[in-house]
Design a protein around this ligand. Structure first.
Ligand code: NAP
Length: 295
């Protein structure tokens, strides 16, 4: 068996097209323009690329976009003051603080200062809690994107044995909560594995759907999966550079061997990655609709 490729870029493009129409309609019918602000502290090159991509996508979809590039030496009080101002700004529906923040800043305090109604990253404890009790408002973008990939690829989620490798607050735990919801596109039986899991292969071999977010290149090998598994590889690992200095990336799954046993699999790059920004845009549009009393 050679697996069907689950191409995140194609699914993302499809969702973006629908969002673009929705944004145009919101403006034409209700004079509502969703607004997203990105806040970057310091000059980390990777963060600059991510923030630039978010700004570009906002503009393409007709979402109003603002960007704050703050100096590395920005202190906690200054950052909190900006968040407070943005919380009160009616043009802004979504606030995204690009992580990681410089070490001298208290990340938790900054994220908690964002109004949960504008928390389009879904990291505020109020939104984490709402997801936990089955009443999600804003779901974290990467996990929400993974659910969309499973739905769009026609994967049977209800009743499936889902095994997740990784228990981070940004991927592992939220995707477990999302697929556990008593709701369409969920209702799975979920197992979460981590570094203290006793027999990893025992669990991964049971999976109908295997989601790997460990940050370990090619960790999951063909002998660790069963025939017909659907594999979502979240890992993005730099394993070298080309002669021209371009990054060579690998996922957490040994793609070449696992694809021979899997029913469907995401490539790296081009799988989960393109979905994250798209889900951020979806959350921003939703926030604007909620603020305007339309959702
Ligand atoms: P993280 O915070 O470092 O968490 C990694 C998790 O994997 C931890 O729970 C860790 O277990 C577990 N783990 C690590 N090595 C393991 C092993 N050998 N066996 C079992 N479990 C192991 O990472 P993250 O932020 O969730 O990200 C994971 C990967 O996804 C990274 O490669 C990251 O770059 C990628 N990522 C991609 C996107 C995207 O495509 N948009 C978004 C987010 C993350 P313990 O808890 O026991 O330490």
């Amino acid at each position: 068996m050679t697996a069907q490729l689950i191409k995140g870029a194609e699914v993302a493009a499809q969702i973006r097209e629908e969002l673009q129409k929705e944004v145009a309609e919101l403006k034409a019918k209700h004079n509502v323009v969703p607004g997203l602000v990105t806040v970057l502290v310091g000059a980390d090159p990777a963060s600059q690329v991510y923030v630039g991509a978010k700004e570009k996508t906002s503009k393409e979809l007709g979402i109003y976009s603002e960007r704050y590039d703050l100096p590395e030496k920005t202190n906690q009080a200054e950052l909190l003051e900006l968040i407070d101002k943005l919380n009160k700004d009616p043009k802004i529906n979504g606030i995204l603080v690009q992580l990681p923040l410089p070490k001298h800043l208290n990340e938790g305090e900054v994220l908690y200062a964002i109004d949960p109604k504008k928390d389009v990253d879904g990291f505020h404890p109020v939104n984490v809690g709402k997801l936990m009790i089955g009443k999600p408002d804003y779901m974290p973008c990467t996990p929400a994107g993974i659910q969309q990939l499973l739905i769009h690829s026609g994967t049977q989620i209800e009743g499936a044995e889902v095994v997740i490798v990784g228990r981070s607050n940004i991927v592992g735990k939220p995707i477990a909560n999302i697929l556990l919801q008593k709701a369409p596109g969920a209702n799975a039986t979920v197992t979460i594995c981590h570094t203290r899991t006793r027999d990893m292969a025992f669990h991964t071999r049971r999976a109908d759907i295997l989601i790997v977010a460990a940050g370990k290149p090619k960790y999951i090998t063909a002998d660790m999966v069963k025939e017909g598994v659907v594999v979502i590889d979240v890992g993005v690992n730099e394993i070298g550079r080309t002669a021209e200095g371009k990054r060579i990336l690998a996922g957490d799954v040994d793609f070449e061997t696992v694809k021979e046993k899997a029913k469907a699999i995401t490539p790296v790059p081009g799988g989960v990655g393109p979905m994250t920004i798209t889900m951020l845009m979806m959350n921003t549009v939703r926030a604007a609709k909620v603020a305007a009393g339309l959702a």
